[in-house]
Each structure stands twice: as C-alpha cells, then as structure tokens.
Design a protein around this ligand. Sequence first.
Ligand SMILES: O=P(O)(O)OC[C@@H](O)[C@@H](O)c1c[nH]c2ccccc12
Length: 263
Amino acid sequence: METILDRILAEKQKEVAYLKEYGMEARGSLPKRKPFIEVLKHSNDLAIIAEFKRASPSRGLISENIRPGNQAKLYEQAGASAISVLTDSAFFKGSFDDLREVRRAVGLPILCKDFIIDEIQIDHAYLAGADIILLIVAALEESRLMNLHTYAKSLGLEVLVEIHNEEEFVKATNAGAELIGINNRDLRTFTISLETTTSLGPMVRASGACLISESGMKSASDAKLAAAAGAQGLLIGQTFMESGSMKESFRSFIVPKLGVALG
Ligand SMILES: O=P(O)(O)OC[C@@H](O)[C@@H](O)c1c[nH]c2ccccc12
C-alpha cells in the first residue's frame, strides 16, 4: 500500500528534477551561526528546537496567518536553541522564503526541515541560509544516506539524522551520524508514540551520538519522559504553533537533562 511518505518522496523527485533543470536563487554563503551540537552538549536543560509549521498531512492546516519571522522571534525570546522551518510546500505549505525570512529575523541556528533525497536540495538549503539539515533514514537507501551526510558535512552543515526504529539507528550510525533525532511520529502511518524515544533513546546515547526527541510533545510530562530516555533536546512544532501564550507554553518544556537531574 502506498504510504504518505511514498507520496511525498514521489513529489520530491519532481522537485529535484525542477531544481536540476532551472537551478536556484544563488547568493553568497551566509555567516555561520553557533554550532547547535555545542549548545546541546553544554546546556543543563533540554535544548529546544522550535518549529515553524503551517500545516501537516496529519493535522491539516495548523495556522494560516502567523508570519514566520514573527513566530521565530517569539521562539527566540522564549529561549529556543534553534529554529526548524518546514520548507516542503506540497504537504506542509512551507517554503524556502519562509526559511529566508526566519534567518533574517533571528540569530539562532536554522534547521531546514524537508525530505532530502539529492545533493541539489542540500545546496538549496545551504544557499537559503540553513545551518542544519534533516536526513530521514526511512526516505533513503543506505548508500544515499552516507553520501548525502558526507556532502552536507563538507559544506559545513550540521546534520540531524532521523530514525524511527533499531534498523534505522544502525544505518544512521554507519553513516557517521553525530546528531540523531528519534521521531515519535511514524512517517508511514502518522501515529505518535513516545515509546519510540523511551525504547531507542538509551541505545542512541550509548553510541555516543547526541539525541533529540521529535514530535508529539504536548506537556511537561512528555519532556520529562524524553529526558529520562536520554534526550538532550526536543523538537516541537504543533504545540507551539497553536499556543496562545508562547512564553508559558515554552516554559513547561524546560526540564533538566538526565545527568543533571541525577546530580
Ligand atoms: O508538530 P510536532 O508533533 O511537534 O512535530 C514537530 C516535528 O518533529 C515534525 O514536524 C517532524 C519530525 N520529522 C519530520 C520529518 C518531516 C516533516 C515533519 C517532521
């Protein structure tokens, strides 16, 4: 049966063909921002990547009239360590213009959140001002994952490698991933289970990689659960996009990292 991920990836093939045919807006490389991985390693609390997300296949339209720059400023003021911007337009209604706007609005590292299958998309993200890119193991052949990881690193980008099970974790490790995101949302069925972080987290940390727990974060207890599994950071979209009071909402996710909690 065709999953949403299959449909998204078919669309990405078209985007890649378009980029190869018509190229992309060229601009000089932008000044680099503080490496996110350093922030992640050295903070006492879980670092928060706050996401600008207009819509999603699972939720439908989340917000039509929030400006990316304004939202990013709220995230920065609330204490985010990085900002994620969904750049996929077909399924998430995002764009690279959103990413550029966020980059201009804040001084934090920016994660380009897309379904990357080709080097040309990494060039596109880099030129638009991304500091970090996402590589989704479920979307890639193992050799592709390795090549794309190496290519992104050669441009000086940080790479968040997203996994959902043990098999994907092994592939991420083989590709040399230093920053691993456990997605609590299964991209094939779109169901959420924080169990994913609980069961895979300790394995990821034992490998020496840094760990982010992604998706489905609703409350402080979710954050504590992720921290207990070894997460050093959280990636939160929908809850923040729908929050009427960013500072308060943000505050509920500030929890100490595991080692810190234990003293
Ligand atoms: O809105 P949420 O449930 O807080 O999730 C944010 C983020 O983790 C999610 O948008 C995401 C994680 N991995 C992805 C890959 C592609 C698209 C989107 C995602």
